[in-house]
Design a protein around this ligand. Structure first.
Ligand code: UD1
Ligand code: CA
Length: 456
């Protein structure tokens, strides 16, 4: 049986008190509308439609080519919203799944169960998801018939005191027989405020003698509908717990899962230890046996094995194995640190490669540079990469020694094994066997003494 899925995302979300449409608010770093689209994609719908209205352009842009877009010009209720997809979807599928875009935690598995139940429901035209909650505030109440089928959904505003007490609620996910849905939608009568409730379809089906099946969600967390920012924070916390539990089961130690913020897209190797208040985002991959200490934020970066990162911000960077950073390091786009690099406090690296075992201990900036192996970058070194118009490159050869507070005015090359003296402002290339001295630096011959005191 072919399936079409309709996601309702036209509402304003007044209760969010936001200039941004509700479905564009993010949970786990992803707009809610994209979470809904992703869930729908998982069940392999043959046709996927998103109904937009409030801030239609912005919502459609977020969806991009992942679904067809239908406009609901006036937000006249959930029933009216589904009707907008009728012309596009009539005769296109055997079943139609309808879901709301404000349910960011719904699992594909649950949606699949609902589809299966409707496939097996030969005498009925619809199956819906319900949930039992201690606090039903805001949900439509599910009224059951004596035989256990669903008799009606009553919206909170229309509830009798008796119905108000019902704890089984409408989650907001439905699977319909397509042929029935498209004709029945036209029979929904508007409420006093002129709204057409999708939920009235249940009574319409029951009046025809159709059996409506209500399947109860086994995990109430899944069906949280985000109407306010309080719900948004709840959804965020539940998702965080789900993600963090999975990492812990995979062998990652989280010292305090409640304050560890890991987006779904992140991968982490076993035996890595993560301290509280760490944020891992985007396409980040972390190897095995790392230690990520508090107040680190890592975005779209690859971290090798056995690295140690302390209170640092790492964005778009790559670290090979056994790299140490921080406290207070900042790696930006294109930073590439080879095996065994040590970056101490207040180091910043952008669009630069640091060769194996190179050390940069204290407050330095390396940008647009190519640094060899075993280089020592003294405290306060700066690659002066920008002349106000263009960026220029710095090249430092293997085993070079850059004295503290050196300014390397790019473009510039420091040869293998060459040196700069403390405080040098280096405006010309430093040849091999030379040390650059002074301001602007002059070149003097320099040779490694026979016996050099060990570095500390
Ligand atoms: C709805 C259900 C309620 C259920 C609850 C679950 C109806 C009438 N009520 O109430 O039974 O318990 O969800 O969370 O369906 N939308 C449109 N166009 C509109 C109106 C809404 O696209 O004209 C979209 C919204 O963007 C939203 C979804 O439909 O994604 C649900 O609308 P919302 O106003 O949040 O409905 P609830 O009051 O939560
Ligand atoms: Ca809602």
């Amino acid at each position: 049986m072919s399936i079409a899925t309709v996601i309702l995302a036209a509402g304003q979300g007044t209760r969010m008190k936001s200039a941004r449409a509700k479905v564009l608010h993010t949970v786990g770093g992803q707009p809610m509308i994209l979470r809904a689209v992703q869930t729908a994609e998982c069940i392999g719908a043959d046709c996927l439609v998103v109904v937009v209205g409030h801030q239609a352009e912005a919502v459609a842009q977020a969806v991009s080519s992942r679904a067809q877009i239908v406009l609901q010009k006036e937000q006249l209720g959930t029933g009216h919203a589904v009707l907008q997809a009728a012309d596009l979807l009539r005769d296109k599928s055997d079943l139609v799944v309808v879901m709301y875009a404000d349910m960011p935690l719904l699992r594909p598995k649950t949606l699949q169960q609902l589809v299966e139940a409707q496939r097996a429901n030969a005498e009925g035209c619809l199956t819906m998801l319900t949930v039992t909650l201690p606090n039903p505030h805001g949900f439509g109440r599910v009224v059951r018939a004596p035989d256990g089928s669903v008799a009606a959904i009553v919206e909170e505003a229309e509830c009798t005191p008796e119905q108000s007490a019902i704890r089984e609620l409408n989650a907001g996910v439905y699977v319909f027989k397509a042929a029935w849905l498209w004709q029945a939608l036209r029979r929904i009568q508007p409420k006093s405020k002129g709204e057409y409730y999708l939920t009235d379809l249940i009574e319409i089906a029951v009046a025809e003698g159709q059996r409506v099946i209500g399947i109860e969600a086994s995990d109430p967390d899944e069906v949280i509908g985000v109407n306010t920012r309080v719900h948004l924070a709840e959804a965020e916390a539940i998702l965080r717990r789900r993600i963090n539990e999975q990492h812990m089961l995979n062998g990652v130690t989280l010292l305090d899962p409640a304050t560890t913020y890991i987006e779904e897209s992140v991968r982490i190797g076993a035996d890595t230890i993560i301290y509280p208040n760490v944020h891992l985002r985007g396409k980040t991959i972390i190897g095995e046996g790392c230690v990520i200490e508090s107040n680190s934020v890592i975005v779209d970066s690859h971290i090798g094995k056995a690295c140690r990162i302390v209170a640092s911000v790492i964005e778009g960077a790559t670290l090979e194995d056994h790299v140490e950073i921080g406290p207070f390091g900042h790696l930006r786009q294109g930073a590439y640190l080879c095996e065994g690099v040590h970056l101490g406090n207040f180091g910043e690296v952008k669009n630069a490669r640091l060769g194996r075992r190179t050390r940069m201990g204290h407050f330095s900036y390396i940008g647009d540079a190519e640094i060899g192996e075993d280089v020592n970058i003294g405290a306060g070194t700066i690659t002066v990469n920008y002349d106000g118009v263009r960026k220029h490159k710095t090249i430092i050869g293997d085993r070079a020694f850059i004295g503290s507070d050196s300014m390397l005015i790019a473009p510039i090359t420091v040869a293998e094994g060459a040196r700069t003296a403390a405080g040098a402002v280096v405006t010309r290339d430093v040849p091999a066997d030379h040390i650059a001295v002074g301001v602007p630096a002059r070149m003097r011959r320099w040779q490694k003494p026979e016996l050099e005191a060990p570095e500390t």
